[in-house]
Ligand binder design. Sequence first.
Ligand code: ATP
Length: 328
Amino acid sequence: MLVAGALNALADAVRDAGSAGAPGTLAVDQAAEAQAEDGQSAETVPAADPVLRVAGLRVSVHGGRAEAVHGVSFEVGRGEIVGLVGESGSGKTLTCRSVTGLLAPGCARSGGSVELLGGADTEPVDLTALDRAGWNAVRGPRIGIVFQDPASYLNPSIPVGRQLVEALRAHTELSKAQARARALELFGSVGLREPETVYAQYPHELSGGMAQRVLIAIAISGDPELLIADEATSALDVLVQAEVLDLLRSLVRERGLALLLVTHDLGVVAELCDRVLVFDAGRIVEQGSAAQVVGAPAHPRTKRLLDAALVWQPGFEDVHSELIGAAS
Ligand SMILES: Nc1ncnc2c1ncn2[C@@H]1O[C@H](COP(=O)(O)OP(=O)(O)OP(=O)(O)O)[C@@H](O)[C@H]1O
């Protein structure tokens, strides 16, 4: 339902682009061809008001004995949702973790730059040059993170309201009473009904969707410029997933957040993303608007991802045929 609705909307967008000559699709084709020829990632598409700039990022694994991300470049702009898609092992998570400074032991950035560009009230930061104190000033206040399995990021022995208060007090000057009031406000703003009740609950008393909303409340509590969501809705059932995606979209629109969203699900991309980066074997092989990439994929890897989606989603095939027809 989610996928079909989103793809119908995309069908309209592709039809409009088609009547205007679909220049973007051609650009994507050319980028994919160039990439195939020189083995490099597709060229960076500049964001209108960039918050994050990643250029030539390389990540080594196994203590430097192998490289898994080979020169990835992209930008994410204010108020923009950029999706990272690709098959398992294509380098999405290593790329995101490089932005958050949370690479696992044995993995390290081996080249390229990662910058938070700053805005009217914030300074630019070179994210490759931060020590522990530097990361504490960035992770939370400037970059919020939401992972797939909320339960494992919440402390099981502390009520969730107190966990949010702790996050707030770590990054602000709020008194305990002020932090409590702000926590209740944040719980309300992420769509948790009866915030007072939720405040006192332990993680095991919450459903998956509620726990993910709590984690999102914690992630936005520092009022970050950039939110990173790594498979944040993958573990939720379809209806709850749609609600959480709606919440992420409204947070981006209302707060002007930049959202970098990792997903293997093209339905999520079609539903939510403004722009999509397709990863394959540690490189970006295609990028463009969601309408271009899902409606008229240029790279064989993107087509394969779409084919896989056809298998999973009944009804997808008809809508996709319509999209391909409209785009050609
Ligand atoms: N801690 C690690 N040690 C060694 N190799 C790793 C490590 N983490 C990732 N890799 C390797 O790097 C490559 C990219 O992995 P990454 O986790 O970024 O992929 P992904 O696209 O996020 O996949 P998934 O969708 O399954 O999460 C894979 O070959 C993976 O095996």
